[in-house]
Design a protein around this ligand. Structure first.
Ligand code: 13P
Length: 252
C-alpha cells in the first residue's frame, strides 16, 4: 500500500501572530517545490487567519490543535469545527496527550470531537500513546488499544479511512527521548492490527500513522525507514524554520 508521507507541525501554545507569519513565510519559501510529502502546520487559534492568507494556494496545509464538538452556542472559550473550516483548516489534532493530561480529555470526548470534525470534512489527526509508567508496567499495547477503540467507537469504515493517527508515546514528548525506530514500528504494527480487527485489512493498510515525540532532523530518516511509520507530528522542532524544513526534506 502506497501511503504518502505526512509531516505536520504542532506548534502548541507558541508564537505571536508576527512570529507565526515570519515562520510560515519561511516555510513557503523553502518547501513550495515539495510534492512527495504532505505538509501541514498547526498554529495556535490566534494565528490561523493570517496563516490561511499566506498559505492560500500553497502545498502547505493548515490545521488546528483542538475543537469543541458542539456546533455553536454558550460554550465560553471554545471553538467549533465549522469555525475551523471557516478559517481555512483542513486538519485538526484531536486527543493530544497534553489535552488528556491538563484538560481532562477522555476517550468519549475524543470520539465526539472526531465526529464533529468529520461532519464538516475536517481531517482529524487522532493522538494515542502511553505514559512512561504504563510502558514500564508493560501496558503499552493495552493503552493504545483503549485509546483507539475509544476514539473510533461507532465510526464507519468510510469515516475511519479519512483519519490520520499519530502514535505519540508521552514519555518521548518534549523530553528529547525519542522512541527507537523499532519501538515505534512495533506499536504502529499493533495499531494496524487493531484497525484490521475493527474494520478490515485494506482499511488498516490505507490509514496513515504518524510518529510523534522528539522528532528532529537527526532522527527523521531512521524513523521513516520503518515500513509502518508514515510521517511525523512534530512539536518543538516545528517551531524553527531550519529544523522543520530539514525534517520535511528528510522524510521521503
Ligand atoms: P515534541 O516534538 O516537542 O516532542 O512534541 C511532540 C508532540 O507532542 C507533537 O504533537
Amino acid at each position: 500500500m502506497n501511503r504518502k508521507p505526512f509531516i505536520a507541525g504542532n506548534w502548541k501554545m507558541n508564537k505571536t501572530i508576527k512570529d507565526a507569519i515570519e515562520l510560515i513565510n519561511g516555510l513557503k519559501r523553502n518547501l513550495s517545490d515539495i510534492e512527495y510529502v504532505d505538509i501541514a502546520v498547526c498554529p495556535p487559534f490566534t494565528a490561523l487567519s493570517d496563516a490561511r492568507e499566506i498559505l492560500m494556494d500553497s502545498n502547505i496545509k493548515l490545521g488546528a490543535q483542538n475543537l469543541y464538538w458542539e456546533e455553536e452556542g454558550a460554550y465560553t472559550g471554545e471553538v467549533s469545527a465549522v469555525m475551523l473550516k471557516d478559517v481555512g483548516c483542513e486538519f485538526v489534532i484531536i486527543g493530544h496527550s497534553e489535552r488528556r493530561k491538563y484538560f481532562n480529555e477522555t476517550n468519549e470526548g475524543v470520539n465526539k470531537k472526531i465526529r464533529a470534525a468529520l461532519s464538516v470534512e475536517l481531517i482529524p489527526i487522532v493522538c494515542v500513546g502511553e505514559t512512561l509508567e504504563q510502558r514500564e508496567q508493560g501496558k503499552t499495547f493495552d493503552v493504545v488499544k483503549d485509546h483507539i477503540t475509544g476514539a473510533l467507537t461507532g465510526l464507519s469504515n468510510d469515516d475511519v479511512l479519512k483519519l490520520v493517527i499519530a502514535y505519540e508515546p508521552v514519555w518521548a514528548i518534549g523530553t528529547g527521548k525519542t522512541a527507537t525506530p523499532e519501538q515505534a514500528q512495533e506499536v504502529h504494527v499493533h495499531i494496524r492490527k487493531l484497525l484490521s480487527e475493527l474494520y478490515n485489512e485494506e482499511t488498516a493498510q490505507s490509514i496513515r500513522i504518524q510518529y510523534g515525540g522528539s522528532v528532529k532532523p537527526e532522527n527523521i530518516k531512521e524513523l521513516m525507514s520503518q515500513p509502518d511509520i508514515d510521517g511525523a507530528l512534530v512539536g518543538g522542532a516545528s517551531l524553527k524554520l531550519d529544523s522543520f524544513v530539514e525534517i520535511v526534506k528528510g522524510s521521503s
